[in-house]
Design a protein around this ligand. Sequence first.
Ligand code: SF4
Ligand code: SF4
Length: 274
Amino acid sequence: MLTRLKDFFHAEKIYEYSILPFSEVTVTDPRRAERTFGGRECNTVVPFLIPYLVKCEERSNISVYAHAEDYHYYFKELSQRLKSHFGDLISACDTSPINEVECAVKAGLGSFGRNGLIINGRYGTYAFVGELFFSVPPSHPIFEGIERKETKALCLDCGACQKACPVDAICDKSRCISFINQKKRLDEGDQDTIIRSESVWGCDICQQVCPMNKNAEETEIEFFRQNRTPYLTEELLDSMIEKGSFERRAYAWRGEAVVRRNIKLCQKQKNALQ
Ligand code: SF4
Ligand code: SF4
């Protein structure tokens, strides 16, 4: 049984974490906050990064964050392990009542990039943000060895992301390929955007060109190193559905029809180029 959060993180191969008084975070969804905290007092937040990058030499037609299984499953399992050591603590990742990226930046885990992502010195932009919430103050022994980091500006403001974006979406996320290929109903021009992007799910271009990702470290977390599918085809999709493994994929939340549509559109472009 571990008593220090820091030891837990290291055992989990999580190395980027920090601490903040809850009074410094911004609650963005008060109703969700009510549901999450259930009237419990919250005095301390521990934000941390979950790195997911595994360098891939194979061809890929989906965003790198979706190569492994859905990170929400990872977080659920991590939360269970946390509870078994530290009791019924409150955790969040993605569906948080607070502004997660702002919290991580304030705590010194990175800075905002022009590409809209948090840039961390060790993992670049390839990390998810999670938080733990505690009623005890930051001076409690459970936080021994965890210090608030100094916030440093990591975006070089070089504009490489803006220059590389094929749809000029850095300042207008409604044009972003990653937003468009998740839509259930496509608007005029969206079909063409997907066809030209050749991306079935998400888009990584502004991450790939970012110099802060040049030496980004790979994750050591086993969950993200296994069950990887960088290239989606209809055959693979059929096989996932048959085996029941589709539900554990990051793209499953939009449903099979959206993924199948995108595969077909990208295949169209591939056939046209042959
Ligand atoms: S994810 Fe792709 S489309 Fe979206 S802003 Fe980045 S490069 Fe542009
Ligand atoms: S490509 Fe340059 S401007 Fe864009 S996020 Fe990276 S460092 Fe910042």
